[in-house]
Design a binder for this molecule. Structure first.
Ligand code: ZN
Length: 251
């Protein structure tokens, strides 16, 4: 039997977002709705069991003929910045399927309010699947950096997301941890992510420890996260030592 060479998809709904063009989309997306078509409403039964959702969309404006791109955030526009489309999350690819993990903020009839959805207004949605912590969360996963954040705000947003994804809430100690890691990367590494560093965190700051683990993926088991008494985060990198003193804020 011949292998099929084409498939037909149909939208199950559309993105309803305040952002209608790509250059206005924040790097981590924005609060937006997925509006299901009425004939698929029954498919939402018990979706409230899940906090997070994979949203798959058909990126109808994407380029489909290229196989290598220099993604957003890569400063080297020469050959060294080129990446295969299967090695990056650029919309350009033969089948322009967008895949974004989002947190469900609320349900209202056919509309699912999503946090950090990075699809443009009107983008066709082709599928929704729940995020399973038991199999989707590969906490030991790693990426060699593809590019560096566009600016300090983009770095802060990315760090806050990683910290909150690990810790589960935004709290004052988490914000302090973000500030320290952001400052180190901005002042010492031109925003880049270090390939090797060791971090010492204070035992008496549990929320901050969670946040640092989420942002850096350092763990005691890997040997790059250490605990100490005191009120500072200490970073060792490339033979240098940086200390970030902490002062607790009122929540
Ligand atoms: Zn907390």
């Amino acid at each position: 039997m011949a292998e099929p060479t084409e498939f037909r998809l149909r939208p199950i709904g559309y993105v309803r977002s305040a952002v209608g063009e790509r250059k206005s989309m924040p790097p981590l997306g924005t609060i937006a709705d997925v509006e299901l078509l009425p004939e698929f409403a029954a498919g939402l039964l018990r979706i409230e069991k899940h906090s997070h959702l994979w949203v798959m969309a058909w990126l109808d404006q994407a380029e489909r003929e290229v196989l290598q791109v220099t993604p957003r955030g890569v400063s080297d526009r020469g050959p060294a910045g080129l990446h295969g489309v299967f090695a990056v999350r650029s919309p350009a690819r033969p089948n322009p399927i967008g895949l974004t993990l989002t947190r469900i903020l609320g349900l209202d009839g056919l509309r699912i309010r999503c946090e950090r959805l990075d699809f443009l207004d009107g983008t066709p949605v082709i599928d929704l699947k729940p995020y399973f912590v038991t199999r989707d969360a590969a906490l030991a996963a790693n990426n060699a950096p593809i590019g560096r954040p566009l600016n300090r705000e983009a770095l802060r947003d990315a760090l806050t997301l990683q910290a909150a994804n690990f810790h589960g809430e935004l709290c004052p100690d988490l914000a302090l941890a973000v500030e320290a890691i952001e400052r180190f990367r901005a002042e010492q590494l031109e925003l880049a992510e270090p390939d090797a560093w060791e971090i010492t965190v204070p035992l008496a700051w549990p929320c901050l420890v969670d946040a640092v683990m989420g942002m850096t993926r350092a763990t005691p088991g890997k040997g790059n996260l250490h605990f100490a008494v005191g009120d500072e985060i200490v970073i060792h990198h490339g033979g240098g030592r940086w200390s970030y003193p902490l002062t607790r804020r009122q929540p």
